[in-house]
Design a protein around this ligand. Sequence first.
Ligand SMILES: NC(=O)c1ccc[n+]([C@@H]2O[C@H](COP(=O)([O-])OP(=O)(O)OC[C@H]3O[C@@H](n4cnc5c(N)ncnc54)[C@H](O)[C@@H]3O)[C@@H](O)[C@H]2O)c1
Ligand SMILES: [Zn+2]
Ligand SMILES: [Zn+2]
Length: 377
Amino acid sequence: MLAAILREESEELFMEHIPLPEPKNGEVLIKVLSTGVCHSDLHVVKKHVKFPRPAILGHEVFGQIVQISENDKSVFDFAEDDFVVTSFIMPCNNCEQCNSGLTNICSSFFFNNRLNGNMLDGTKRLQDKVGQEVSSYSMAGFAEYAVVPISAMAKVRGDLADKSWCVLGCAGITAHSAVKRAILTRQMEGAPYKTAIVIGVGGVGLFITLFCKIFGIENIIAIDIDDKKTELARDLGATHAFNSAKMNVQDIKASLPGQGAHLVFEAVGSAATIELGFGLVSEGGLITVVGIAPHGTTASFEITPLVRREFTIKGSFGGKPKDDLSAVIKLAEQGLIPLEKIVNQNYALKDINTAFFELDKGITRGRSIIDFANKGL
Ligand SMILES: NC(=O)c1ccc[n+]([C@@H]2O[C@H](COP(=O)([O-])OP(=O)(O)OC[C@H]3O[C@@H](n4cnc5c(N)ncnc54)[C@H](O)[C@@H]3O)[C@@H](O)[C@H]2O)c1
Ligand SMILES: [Zn+2]
Ligand SMILES: [Zn+2]
């Protein structure tokens, strides 16, 4: 099969023909139809985040099952030809985190896959044409076929789903989980959640904007350094937009409805944007950090206001396949996710380096996908 491989000391992915991987029990082989290009993949390419190479990236996939064992077919509700969307979080359903319902922070997935590039049993499925083992970043979707744990996918209706649905598997679930849990936290405390700020309205931030709207938040404020990005956010439900390259934090705060935002979502991954969030959150407000920052990045905040005005800062990683993936698929099936406004670029696999270049330079609007039907002729 054709795959885009990230090799040592390179920021370029190489197109190579490699052997088809073999799924083990509890896994399926899918034919990849499309894969989203997420900034988390770019962090790995640029070595902002450590990951063992050689590697195949790509962690939000829409595809069709081509191989599943008879035993798994009888235990799980999946069969050959089913269309599926994969979740980048691949839970083991067996560790302490999974057993307490926190499948999005599964320890086994984090250790085996994110730190070591392996599947959940601690071994690799991929190798190159000379037999060298290749790491999988989640299910390694920048290849024509991928091995996916059954715990990390959900069936979608073939008559409704299309190639743009791959983005539900990372951007979709991550945003859904972040917004849903932020609102639940406020509800538990009897606190208001009328105003939300989304800092960084790229692929993930646009989904956060949309879910804020779907969950009924009244004032949704999109902040970015590019006016074209905030225009897209307005189209997805943002009621206000500010350009933080042109305005300082005091001026933005003075222009907000009310006294700061009850909820802040940070979807960039930098000290400056987390600190901006601190400057814009309301008293007692909640900052949810979704952005991943280059290794070693730290942010600072003043301790006493944190205590006396009871700010909360909370990380949010992915979503739960059983809850968030099912929920976003249901919303998409109801026609409530305008994917045509989020997925604005479509590349052939052979043009993947262009897709990463454009994401890196901020040229990408919303999400790009690799469309495996596009041969780039
Ligand atoms: N927590 C998770 O589970 C999770 C999941 C997916 C992505 N991420 C991370 O979320 C972040 C965003 O991912 P993405 O794929 O949406 O990226 P993206 O590149 O599509 O979007 C980033 C957006 O931030 C804007 N931006 C850049 N610098 C800014 C600044 N200083 N102030 C305001 N806006 C700024 C860009 O213009 C762009 O619109 C990345 O760090 C990614 O690794 C985290
Ligand atoms: Zn991602
Ligand atoms: Zn687990």
